[in-house]
Every structure is written in structure tokens, then in C-alpha cells.
Design a protein around this ligand. Structure first.
Ligand code: ATP
Ligand code: MG
Length: 474
């Protein structure tokens, strides 16, 4: 039995169990809303992403209800409603603390502004509402009785593992170019392939993405990065030319050979490293972005030495600047941008130094910040996993260094100014100094000495040093 047959058998099996399954999994609040809408004289179903999630064995995060009733009627049927998107037919029904979005069946015009449909008409036909949706598996509905409505054979496409548009791919991508990135997103999340027609249409129409808002692209991109197949997702984005439209800098690494430390090209290395983050606990979005972008500047930093050896001097510094530009372009928040660029800037810190002294490790922690050291270690682990050499995922030297860092972290040592046994007020009091730059300079000197020898971090010892240092300056 091959994988498609297996998936199909599972889906058939699921079909039999669906009634039971739906009644077990659809929350009572949602079922209550469906029943009230039916008793109010309308049709009501759950629809869209939650049905897709149910059919692939995932627990839906939110439940979208669609109904033939117009928003006014919906509002009158429930005691507490919020008109969250009333123009587009969406009313949020509050059941206790839970809010459930109920949207009137509708048809839509094209997305001329690339954000919103030009027009929305309410409809009393479920089929029309399903037909406006992007992919066949997003165009399925489920009734309160457990019947699945699947006019475009979304189940079949799920079984065959292919992303298929509702209607002609070229038409649907012309209406809203973001759907091309969504296609890749679902392929990455659901471990599927783009159907050949969709793949071809993406490749032909990738330029259409230029007109789509960066925020919408970022929303889908984050889901690709956080999926279980981020590397396949990015491979698809590159192949189709979609990646070129918003992050061409990342494509520069394609085909760029490295040196004896690497079996892979820059692009292959980036993809393998990114994929490795899936198995790293705590690899959140910022860490995965850092892994994705840490070598982004390698192609432009490539220098070939006299013996033909290839170097990428300073690529971490240039890379931090390039990463910042890329993240800003997609309107990432400042916290994410700062974390990713900081990690990119310091990603070489753990390279090649298994023989570092403890004091050097403390200095390194001081430089990159205690709060970043675990991210940096995880970045290093992903980076190694992507080297493609025999020693991957971790060389013995790296394991040794990571163990040493772990041990140094466990010591109650000082890693920053805040850990010193004295502060700026002590420096002024003991040294008889006015506020000014010298206070900070003395603190830096003390920290430097304490990083070298943690035993010096005692109030009495440091106060004596403050006296000496202040005297030397007067
Ligand atoms: P998730 O919520 O898990 O990210 P989802 O499929 O629910 O995935 P949403 O963006 O919440 O995605 O959209 C809900 C539903 O609305 C989709 O399942 C799809 O039917 C429809 N939809 C969303 N965006 C589009 C679009 N750009 N074009 C056509 N239909 C869309
Ligand atoms: Mg959703």
C-alpha cells in the first residue's frame, strides 16, 4: 500500500467515524450556536480551516460558523453579540466567555486593492460561499449532524497530498496574489505538494505578489517558518520565484559553494539548518528566523584567497544589517528584529573555540547577554546540523564547548554590570566622585576584572579597588 492509498484508507475510515468524531470534538458552545441558527430558520455549518484541521486529525484553534441568515437575523437570535465585521457579514456570538464568529454566506469580488474584496454580496447558498474560498480543502463544511459537505473534493486532495485551488489557479491567483503564498503555507503545514497547475500558476504569476501588503505576506510566512516542513516551504517559495519578490537577498545563496567546513552550498546549508530547528525545543519564531538569516550575507562577503580557499570575512556583521533590512521590509516588530539581528551578529561566537578559558566564556556571555546565550547555543546546534559534514549534528569540540558553557552558567558568577557586588552609587560614595562618565568606566574596569576572576566579586574587595582606581584618576 503506498502512501496515497494509506491516506485514502485513513480518510475513508475517518468518514465512517465522522459523525461520532464531530460530536465528540466540536465544542458544545459551537454546536449550541449551530442549533440556534437552525431553529431560527437558517442553515448553519462549521466551515473553512477548522474542518480541514478536523479532517487531518488536528485540533482546530478556532471555529468559524457560516450561515444562510443575514447578520441582522443572527444578532436577534442571540442575547450577546458583537458586530466584529458587520460589513462583511461577521458577527461574534458570545457564549459565556467564548466568542464564536458567525459569518453570513457570501460571494466576493476581486481584491483590486490586494487587501479586501471589491464587493461582498450575501448569499443564501452554501455552495456559493464555498466557491469563493481559496483551496479545495478550505472549502469544506460540516453540519451539526456530522455530515461533511465537500463539493470540490477537498478530502480527495487531502488524501492525495496536493494543494488544489477552487477553480482555475490562474484566475484565483489573479484575484488575490497572496493565495500563492498561502498555497505554499498549506503545503508546508500539511506536508503536501502544490498541484502541478497551482505550481505552474505560482511560477508564472509570482510578480503579482509585489502588490500584496507586506503584513499579509508576513502572516503566511510565519506559518511556513513555524510548520514542520519549513525547508520544503522555502524551497517551494524559491522554485516558484515567490521568494525573489520579497527576500531576493536570501536567494543569492543558491548555488554558492562554501569551503572544506561545509558539504553544502549556502542555500542548502540554510535550508538544512532551518529544518533542524523543528527538532530543537524552544525554537520559537525569532530563533528560526535567525537560523534562516544567519548566513544571508555570505554570498556578498565571499573572498577567494590566493590558494583558491573561500572565505566569508565579516559575514556575521554584514548579515546582521541585511537581516534587519529584510525583517523591516516585512514589518516585523522591533523586539523580533532586535533579537534576530543580535543573534546573526554573534552567531560566530561559538565557532572553533573549544579550548576557551572559563574567563573567555564569561566574557562571551557578557558580550552576547545572558538572556541570549541559550538562543545562541540553539542557533549553533542548528548551524552545525546544517553543515552536512560527517561530524554533524555536533562536533566533539562543540559538544565540549556547550558543556563548558553550561557549567560556567551554573556558577554564581557575574556576567554583566548588574551582577557586580557594587553599583554606580557605591563608586561615587567610596571614590568621592561626582556623577559622570568616569563612574561607568570604573564599573567597566571592575567587571572586566571580575570576569577574569569571579572571586573578586566581593563588596570589600571591590570597594578597595574603587579607592585605588579613583585615586589613580585624580
Ligand atoms: P489558520 O486559521 O489555521 O491559519 P485558515 O484556513 O483558517 O487557517 P484563515 O486565514 O483563518 O485560514 O481563513 C479562514 C478561511 O477563509 C480559509 O480556510 C479559507 O476558506 C478562507 N480564506 C482565507 N483567506 C482567503 C483568501 N485569501 N482567499 C480565499 N479564501 C480565503
Ligand atoms: Mg482560521
Amino acid at each position: 500500500m503506498d502512501i496515497i492509498d494509506l491516506r485514502r484508507a485513513m480518510l475513508r475510515w475517518r468518514g465512517l467515524w465522522l459523525r461520532w468524531f464531530a460530536s465528540a470534538v466540536v465544542p458544545p458552545e459551537v454546536k449550541g450556536v449551530l442549533r440556534t441558527l437552525e431553529e431560527g430558520g437558517g442553515e448553519a455549518v462549521v466551515v473553512g480551516g477548522c474542518v480541514r484541521d478536523l479532517m487531518t486529525g488536528r485540533r482546530p484553534e478556532d471555529w468559524d460558523v457560516a450561515t444562510s441568515l443575514e447578520p441582522d437575523r443572527v444578532r436577534r437570535l442571540f442575547s450577546r453579540t458583537i458586530p466584529t465585521g458587520i460589513d462583511h457579514g461577521t458577527v461574534t456570538v458570545m457564549v459565556g466567555e467564548v466568542g464564536i464568529e458567525v459569518t453570513t454566506y457570501r460571494t466576493e469580488g476581486a481584491y483590486t486593492d490586494r487587501r479586501h474584496p471589491d464587493w461582498v454580496h450575501f448569499s443564501s447558498e452554501l455552495h456559493e460561499d464555498l466557491a469563493r474560498r481559496d483551496f479545495t480543502f478550505n472549502a469544506m463544511a460540516l453540519t451539526v449532524g456530522g455530515e461533511i459537505i465537500d463539493p470540490f473534493d477537498g478530502l480527495e486532495d487531502l488524501a492525495r497530498g496536493r494543494v488544489v485551488t477552487v477553480g482555475r489557479a490562474t484566475d484565483r491567483f489573479a484575484e488575490d496574489a497572496l493565495r500563492m503564498v498561502r498555497a505554499v503555507r498549506f503545503a508546508a503545514q500539511l506536508d503536501m505538494e502544490l498541484a502541478p497547475e497551482a505550481h505552474r500558476a505560482c511560477t508564472e504569476m509570482s510578480e503579482g505578489l509585489d502588490a500584496v501588503s507586506r503584513e499579509r505576506i508576513r502572516y503566511e510566512l510565519d506559518r511556513i517558518i513555524m510548520s514542520d516542513s519549513p525547508a520544503r516551504g522555502f524551497e517551494m517559495l524559491r522554485e516558484t520565484g515567490l521568494l525573489e519578490r520579497f527576500w531576493p537577498e536570501l536567494v543569492e545563496g543558491f548555488g554558492v559553494e562554501q569551503n572544506r567546513h561545509h558539504a553544502f552550498t549556502v542555500w542548502e546549508h540554510t535550508m538544512t539548518s532551518l529544518q533542524a530547528t523543528v527538532d530543537i525545543e524552544g525554537a520559537d519564531l525569532a530563533l528560526r528566523l535567525a537560523v534562516l538569516l544567519h548566513d544571508v550575507a555570505k554570498p556578498r562577503c565571499l573572498e577567494i584567497g590566493p590558494g583558491g580557499e573561500r572565505h566569508f570575512y565579516n559575514h556575521h556583521v554584514v548579515g546582521a544589517a541585511v537581516a534587519r533590512r529584510l525583517l523591516k521590509r516585512l514589518r516585523y516588530d522591533n523586539r523580533t528584529i532586535d533579537r534576530v539581528t543580535h543573534l546573526t551578529r554573534h552567531h560566530m561566537a561559538l565557532h572553533h573555540y573549544p579550548q576557551m578559558k572559563d574567563s573567555a566564556i564569561r566574557r562571551l556571555i557578557n558580550r552576547v547577554g545572558l538572556e541570549n546565550i541559550h538562543d545562541l547555543i540553539n542557533l549553533r546546534i542548528a548551524d552545525r546540523a546544517g553543515s552536512g559534514t560527517k561530524e554533524a549534528p555536533l562536533s566533539r569540540g562543540t559538544v565540549y564547548l556547550l558543556e563548558r558553557i553550561g557549567r560556567v552558567l551554573e556558577e554564581d558568577a557575574a556576567f554583566g554590570l548588574g551582577d557586580l557586588a557594587v553599583d554606580g552609587k557605591d563608586v561615587m560614595r567610596v571614590g568621592g566622585l561626582e556623577p559622570g562618565p568616569q563612574v561607568g568606566e570604573i564599573l567597566e574596569t571592575l567587571l572586566d576584572e571580575v570576569l577574569e576572576d569571579p572571586a573578586l566579586n566581593e563588596r570589600s574587595i571591590l570597594e578597595k579597588r574603587i579607592e585605588e582606581l579613583a585615586r589613580a584618576r585624580s
